[in-house]
Design a protein around this ligand. Structure first.
Ligand code: AMP
Length: 419
């Protein structure tokens, strides 16, 4: 690997691809704002305990995937592997009054030490939302509807919404018990991770990626059947809400999602254009105590992988735009003309004339500068030589039509407006 190549699982994002990222961010801003969410930017690194406490010490992310390091003050810090924990810390830091809601959205890079593969990166980007302070199942339905609205606006058709419930903490024991009863006799056929999970985190045995484990998990009891009446009612009301808001969904009875903080609703959106890593977005409802605040808060949120959103768009033929080209190229002939060329470029930029304006600073020959203008796809070339400067004129060439005129400087603005 060359020293200039980005590390495995990371990449440089150039134009024209970058314009797709900007489109995605702008769409997220536009759509989520319509649902009264506001943007929040939190730091890229946090004290490690922020993630361990929120995500749960038994989760894959915390156990195997965190990029953690000690800073010079001896604090153990982690590059954020997801957005929710930092958002919660920020909300706790601000304080949330009883009955008050916080609705935020965010985007940015996340870091997980995973084995890189198509659609699986070590630095990836998420766009996500969190709505904290409402315990209504309508909130879950609206949140999922907002995600499908966002996908629709991005042109990402053909995605599938999968939904399940994890119930309340009080339901956990009964579910864990039933799952252990089911999996225990099958232990010798299961992978090493699952053998460990039986005692530590039996729920995760339902979504093990190992194909043999997956096959066995298909026969496991359905979580929904094991939940209390309260939890089943919450789930039913969420589904009713989704129907009311016109969202198509499928119940995925064994979906648990990786993180421990979820209660009630968990959901995922998949897309067939993504290949093996087919999860476009995932989220759920959670109950947390914010540090320094004894009360419990409920929230619902999701995160979508931005790389995967772009891949899904690509699979549908929604390609990125063209690389932005220089619109107006100023050729300056001789050292004295370079200053005049720069002044002219500055003037056009102040007035917003000529689009993307570039002044050639090289004082090379006319031929060399014209070659560069051509290579950059310039639509307009303005030429300043000694004669033009002395007579307050400028030679203007429209590269598309081939038309060239020698104009008094005062007429340049009008000419540019007509091109
Ligand atoms: P998660 O909370 O792990 O379900 O992540 C939410 C979304 O982020 C997923 O549905 C993916 O779209 C995306 N994502 C998660 N991990 C990665 C990764 N390593 N590389 C690229 N995208 C990812």
């Amino acid at each position: 690997m060359s020293v200039n190549e980005p590390l495995p699982g990371t990449s440089d994002i150039w134009e024209p691809e970058l314009s797709d990222w900007v489109l995605l961010e702008n769409k997220a801003r536009e759509i989520f704002s319509r649902y009264a969410y506001s943007e929040l930017r939190t730091p890229i690194f946090e004290r490690s305990e922020v993630f361990v406490r929120n995500l749960g010490s038994e989760t894959d992310v915390v156990q195997k995937e965190m990029y953690s390091f000690n800073d010079r003050g001896g604090r153990n810090l982690t590059l954020r592997p997801e957005g929710t924990a930092g958002v919660m810390r920020a909300i706790a830091n601000r304080g949330l009054n009883q009955g008050e809601e916080a609705r935020v959205f965010y985007f940015g890079p996340m870091f997980r030490g995973e084995r890189p593969a198509a659609g699986r990166r070590r630095q990836f980007h998420q766009v996500g939302v969190e709505a904290v302070g409402s315990d209504s199942p309508w909130m879950d339905a609206e949140c999922i509807a907002m995600l499908t609205h966002f996908l629709r606006e991005l042109g990402v058709s053909g995605s599938k919404v999968l939904i399940n419930s994890r119930g309340l903490p009080e339901d956990r024991e009964a579910v864990s018990h039933a799952l252990k009863e089911y999996f225990r006799p099958k232990l010798p056929e299961l992978c090493e991770d699952c053998q460990r999970r039986l005692e530590n985190n039996v729920w995760r045995m339902l979504d093990c990626k190992n194909p043999a484990c997956g096959q066995i998990a298909l026969g496991a009891p359905k979580i929904l059947d094991l939940l209390s009446e309260t939890s089943q009612d919450f789930f039913k009301r969420t589904c009713d809400g989704l129907a009311e808001l016109g969202v198509d969904y499928e119940v995925a009875p064994r979906m648990v999602r990786g993180l421990d903080y979820y209660i009630h609703t968990v959901f995922e959106v998949t897309h067939s254009g993504l290949g093996a890593q087919d999860a476009l977005a995932g989220g759920g409802r959670y109950r947390i105590t914010l540090p320094g605040d004894k009360r419990c808060h409920e929230g619902i949120g999701f995160a979508a992988g931005m790389e995967r959103l772009l891949l899904a768009r690509e699979s549908l033929g929604l390609q990125s735009g063209a690389k932005p080209e220089t619109d107006t190229y100023i050729v300056s002939l001789g050292e004295a003309a370079v200053a005049a060329g720069l002044r002219l470029a500055g003037e056009l930029r102040q007035l917003g004339l000529g689009g993307r304006v570039k002044a050639d600073l090289s004082a090379r020959s006319m031929k060399a500068q014209m070659r560069s203008a051509n290579r950059e796809g310039a639509g307009i070339v303005l030429i300043l030589g000694e004669d033009e400067i002395a007579r307050a004129q400028v030679s203007c060439r429209n590269m598309r039509s081939g038309e060239q005129v020698l104009l008094p400087r005062v007429e340049l603005h009008d000419w540019l407006k007509k091109q």
